[in-house]
Each structure stands twice: as structure tokens, then as C-alpha cells.
Design a protein around this ligand. Structure first.
Ligand SMILES: Cc1cc2nc3c(=O)[nH]c(=O)nc-3n(C[C@H](O)[C@H](O)[C@H](O)COP(=O)(O)OP(=O)(O)OC[C@H]3O[C@@H](n4cnc5c(N)ncnc54)[C@H](O)[C@@H]3O)c2cc1C
Length: 407
């Protein structure tokens, strides 16, 4: 039976990073990467719209963990050992220059994810890491000196250590982990847009706002601030993605049907906006209400929301009753919309759920239940907001596992 020191299930971001870390830490380690797809690193290829947003310019672990709806607490220690600064240095030392964009996202200077893939494949060749593509790990059993791995297209192989780095939602790998007693937190999607079909939003697609506040009214979730985009199908943009991530599980449980409260004009509250609208009524009494927008909202949005609150074509500001002003203040600061489903965000999506973090030692990424078994990347119950944080978790946990396996 062919035998290796380390077998890595999954030739993705975390698997490669772990393999390279182990190979560099202890040369001559016999390492095999099993990848079920024809090509490795498929997600790296499509990531960041083909540009690969490798990490984020956030260098304080305490702040960094706030971008992780799941896994933040557990990543606190790991980020003191390998964080975005180390990622930038790692790629720099291997000839990949990175650049930071105004919003903090870090990309290769080439703007090509292929640069990252080439770097990994070159480094793997340099270290004699074996890669078998179109090869699936089917089952893994504990054996006398490690593990026996049944693969899809050849005889069983033997490994002293095994790293499961099979990504999010990889059913077979979850089954393998469960076979060693691991708990799988049910996987559900994170980072998606909201489908909303409401007359109020008809014809407004393309309008974007720099800052709105969103909250789900039927869960005890948090309020999220950020930019918003009205689309043909509903709502998208950073605030929506953030809320989808923080409420991923609740939204899955409700089958993506939920009530969304939108404050189009934060930090205004119904009361503070009412006062402002009263002022408009006083100072612009003879002006046409729909045409005289006292807010900084885009005019088309203002007109639509004002019409929804009952303001007609012929109304002047002076005609508006307190009841109408209250309705308008509510519509602008706490309008509710029915989410009817989830849409895709093509740039980045991840899995919430996976291997329960309680059962993993975050110093080495070794299983607390099965010695010699390790985990890295999105197979774990870790996921982040958009911006390069998901890859950072793959690099950090891959780096820890790489060291952990050659200890
Ligand atoms: C469209 C898209 C764009 C993204 N863009 C970004 C971005 O710009 N920045 C960012 O930070 N994050 C991004 N992400 C998220 C990021 O890609 C993932 O979080 C990251 O790839 C996770 O790395 P991983 O190695 O754990 O899993 P993966 O990269 O998914 O790799 C796991 C590998 O394991 C293989 N595998 C699974 N089961 C088996 C098996 N039984 N046997 C053998 N092989 C197996 C899979 O084929 C896969 O190649 C994006 C995600 C998507 C979908």
C-alpha cells in the first residue's frame, strides 16, 4: 500500500497552504493532496470576480475577528500567529506582489487569480508535494500507524496524518469526520442577496445608498449599517450581505421568508425625522411635497416612499397632516419589506456550519477526538463577511495545521 506522512483531502486554498507550510517546516515530508475535481484551486480561480481577494488590510486580531459571524472567538489566538500581515509577507516572499484597495481589500497586483494559483502550483512542485486530481477520498479509517484512505480511482493509501480541507458543504468529508465522532453543525448558505417583490421598489433598480440600517423584525438579530443597492429582484449590497451572514441560520430556518425593516435615512429615528418633516411643512408650506425633497435620499426613492405614505401629486407641504408626516417618517426610517427568497451574490459565497469548533484544538487544528486527524478551511464552522476574510481563515487554519502535522 502506498504510504505518506500527510494526506490532505481537498486541493483548495486551505489544503495547499497547509501542504506548503508542512513541506517548508519539515523538508522531505511525504505529502499527498487529493482533489476530486479535474483542476485544483477552482474557488481561488473564480474568487473576487477572477481577481482573488486574498486578504484584508486589517492587522489587529481583535478587530479582525469581528468580521467572522462564526469562528471569531476561536480565531482570536490563531490570528496572533498568522494574520493578514503574514499573508502579505508570505506571498511577497514568493514573488507575488499584492495591492490594497481603498476599501481595504487586498488583491494580487496582476488582478488575476491565476497568479495565486501559479504560485501554489510552483511551490508545490518545488517541494515535491504530490497532487492527484480527479481523485476523491471516499472513506478514511483509523489504522495501526495512522489512517487507511479509500480513494475513488486507485488502491487504498496509508497516511500517518490526515488533513480534511474539503471546503464548505462537502458531504463526503462531513461523513468521514462524523465517522470519527465529530459533530457537523448543519451547513447552510451565507452571503446572499434578498429577493423582495414589492410595488414600492418597482422601477427603482440601480439606485444605491451609501448608508442604510437593516434589521430582521421577526428575529432578535442585530441591526446592520452599510451601503445598499436596489436590484431588479430585491435588495443587494454590503449591508444585505452582512445581514445575510449574521442571520444565515435564522433565515435558513424561515426558508428565506422574513420581515426586513429598512431605515433608509439613518441615523434618523421616526421622531427625529418627524421633527425635520414638520420643519419642511413650516418653511416650504406652498411648495409641492413630492417635488421638494427635504432629505438627502435620491429623488426617485423619496417620491416613491412619499407616495407610499399617502402624499399625492397635488399636495403641497402645507397640506400634510401630522398623521401623514408620521406615516412618512415611519416609511423612511422603519419601512418593512417581505423577504421572499434568497438570491446569489456571484462574487463570493460561503457555507455557515461545518465541523463543530469545540472539537478542534486551535493551536494545531488537530481533532480533539481523533489523534492525527486535522481540519482547515471552510469545512470548519467558520465563515466571514466579504472582503478577503474567508481566504484569511483558510490561510491561517491551513498554516496552523501545516505546522501542527509536522510537530
Ligand atoms: C464565487 C466565489 C468567490 C469567492 N471569492 C472570495 C474572495 O475573493 N475572497 C475570499 O476571502 N473568499 C472568497 N470566497 C470564499 C473562498 O473561496 C472560500 O472560503 C475558500 O476557498 C475556502 O477554502 P477551502 O480550501 O477550505 O475550500 P475550497 O477552496 O472549497 O477547497 C476544497 C477542495 O476540496 C475538494 N474536495 C471536497 N471533497 C473532496 C473529497 N472527498 N476528496 C477530494 N477532494 C475533495 C473540492 O473539490 C475543493 O477543491 C469565494 C467563494 C466563491 C464561491
Amino acid at each position: 500500500m502506498q504510504s505518506y506522512d500527510i494526506v490532505i483531502v481537498g486541493g483548495g486554498a486551505a489544503g495547499f497552504f497547509a501542504a506548503l507550510t508542512a513541506a517548508e517546516a519539515t523538508p522531505n515530508t511525504r505529502i499527498l493532496i487529493l482533489e476530486k475535481a479535474r483542476n485544483p484551486l477552482a474557488k481561488v480561480r473564480v474568487s473576487g470576480g477572477g481577481r482573488c481577494n486574498v486578504t484584508h488590510a486589517c492587522y489587529d486580531p481583535t478587530q479582525l475577528i469581528t468580521y467572522y459571524p462564526r469562528g471569531g472567538k476561536e480565531l482570536r489566538g490563531p490570528f496572533t500567529r498568522f494574520q493578514p500581515r503574514d499573508t502579505v509577507a508570505w506571498f511577497g516572499q514568493r514573488g507575488v506582489r499584492l495591492k490594497t484597495e481603498a476599501d481595504g481589500r487586498i488583491f494580487p497586483v496582476s488582478d488575476q487569480s491565476q497568479t495565486i494559483i501559479d504560485c501554489f502550483l510552483d511551490e508545490a512542485r518545488k517541494h515535491d508535494i504530490e497532487l492527484r486530481t480527479a481523485t476523491r477520498a471516499k472513506t478514511i479509517q483509523a489504522a495501526a500507524d495512522g489512517f487507511t484512505i479509500q480513494i475513488s480511482n486507485a488502491a487504498d493509501i496509508q497516511a500517518a496524518k490526515v488533513l480534511l480541507a474539503a471546503g464548505g458543504g462537502a458531504a463526503e468529508a462531513y461523513t468521514i469526520a462524523a465517522g470519527f465522532g465529530h459533530t457537523i453543525v448543519p451547513p447552510v448558505p451565507s452571503l446572499f442577496t434578498f429577493e423582495i417583490k414589492e410595488d414600492r421598489l418597482n422601477g427603482l433598480a440601480g439606485i444605491s445608498l451609501e448608508n442604510v440600517e437593516l434589521a430582521l423584525t421577526d428575529t432578535k438579530g442585530i441591526a446592520i449599517n452599510g451601503a445598499l443597492l436596489i436590484t431588479h429582484w430585491g435588495l443587494s449590497g454590503p449591508a444585505v450581505l452582512k445581514l445575510s451572514a449574521w442571520s444565515a441560520r435564522e433565515l435558513a430556518q424561515s426558508n428565506y421568508r422574513s420581515q426586513l425593516q429598512v431605515n433608509w435615512y439613518p441615523p434618523h429615528t421616526p421622531a427625529s425625522l418627524f421633527a425635520e418633516l414638520e420643519n419642511a411643512r413650516r418653511t416650504q408650506a406652498r411648495k409641492h411635497a413630492l417635488k421638494t425633497n427635504p432629505t438627502k435620499l435620491p429623488t426617485r426613492l423619496w417620491q416613491r416612499l412619499a407616495a407610499t405614505a399617502g402624499i399625492g401629486e397635488n399636495h403641497n407641504w402645507g397640506d400634510l397632516s401630522n398623521a401623514v408626516l408620521h406615516r412618512l417618517a415611519d416609511e423612511l426610517t422603519r419601512g418593512t419589506y417581505t423577504i421572499q427568497g434568497k438570491g446569489v451574490f456571484k462574487e463570493e459565497f460561503v457555507t455557515c456550519g461545518g465541523i463543530s469548533l469545540k472539537e478542534v484544538d486551535f493551536k494545531t487544528m488537530q481533532s480533539r477526538l481523533q489523534p492525527g486527524l486535522f481540519f482547515a478551511g471552510e469545512i470548519l464552522d467558520i465563515d466571514a463577511l466579504t472582503g478577503g476574510f474567508n481566504f484569511q481563515s483558510a490561510w491561517t487554519t491551513g498554516w496552523l495545521a501545516g505546522h501542527g502535522m509536522v510537530l
